[in-house]
Ligand binder design. Structure first.
Ligand code: 0WE
Length: 264
């Protein structure tokens, strides 16, 4: 099908072959897109270069999305590779670890709130702004990753839920801003997936088991499930979709109650 043939995609947030960004990159490559990647932290460099190579890309650069100068420098590097961009994938979130345990009311410092919102929401605005000149005059698409904690309370997710609520509002406002310029902005709200970011979160395995029991599809979603939806949303097949939060969670968010049995 190759529904992304001729498209150029920058993917922010690849850290390992279990990253959601990796599932997205694989699906986009399979559909014909050319890829570039940014990473943060020297310790990720070699790994991202290797993963990029496997996806036919040698376009890899460092970019800390919490630093405006680093974003400018990163896009200057990208402009050395490409004179245009069609797709921007933002698959980045961070809150200080101590804020992701216990309760929101006990464990949310002003600084943890600031960092979570800066890295997990403002960064979408910042990188989208820098991408605009490269997307000018093309059918551009921006995609970010959200989670159910944006709209429901969940154990331990705490300040990340507030940051994802901000991120989802960001998607709606950016979609309104950029729609007139032919650029669409959407989010995938993914079910829980075991990635580096999820490693070491207390109770994560229990959450995976719960979702697999209750979700209509009776399994957890995979990086491939998310990647395929992301590739669609960033393609011209989704030309009529913008400002949307698309749930790729096996239907979990629509269930009010379930006994977890094989049928009904
Ligand atoms: O958005 C996320 C995780 C994002 C995340 C993960 C970490 C772990 C390491 C942000 N910041 C940090 N900071 C660290 O120091 N998810 C949707 C995965 C996730 O994280 C949870 C979850 C789920 C699901 C945290 C608590 C409860 C549930």
């Amino acid at each position: 099908m190759a529904f992304l043939a001729g498209k150029r995609a920058l993917i922010i947030g690849l850290a390992s072959d279990r990253s959601i960004a990796y599932g997205i990159a694989e699906a986009m490559r399979r559909e014909g897109a050319e890829l570039a990647f940014s990473y943060v932290g020297e310790r990720f460099r070699d790994r991202v270069v290797e993963l990029a190579k496997g996806l036919d890309s040698d376009r890899v650069f460092e970019m800390d999305v919490s630093d405006d100068a680093a974003i400018s420098a990163g896009f200057a590097t990208l402009k050395g590779f490409w004179d245009s961009l069609d797709i921007l994938v933002h698959s980045v979130a961070f809150a200080p670890r101590e804020a992701l345990t216990g309760t929101l009311v006990e464990n949310t410092s002003r600084e943890a709130f600031r960092v979570a919102h800066d890295v997990s929401s403002y960064s979408l605005t910042a990188v989208t702004r820098e991408a605009l000149p490269l997307m000018e005059g093309r059918a551009g698409a921006v995609l970010t990753l959200s989670y159910l904690g944006a709209v429901r309370s969940l154990p331990s997710y705490n300040v990340m839920g507030l940051a994802k609520a901000s991120l989802e509002a960001n998607v709606r406002f950016l979609a309104a801003d950029l729609g007139p310029r032919g650029i669409r902005v959407n989010a995938v709200s993914a079910g829980p997936i075991k990635t580096l970011a999820a490693a070491g979160i207390a109770g994560f395995r229990k959450m995976l088991a719960h979702v697999a029991t209750v979700a209509p599809i009776r399994r957890n979603v995979t990086q491939d499930d998310v990647g395929n939806a992301a590739a669609f949303l960033c393609s011209d097949l989704a030309a009529g979709i913008t400002g949307e939060i698309v749930y790729v969670d096996g239907g979990y968010h629509n269930v009010g109650m379930s006994f977890g049995e094989a049928e009904s």
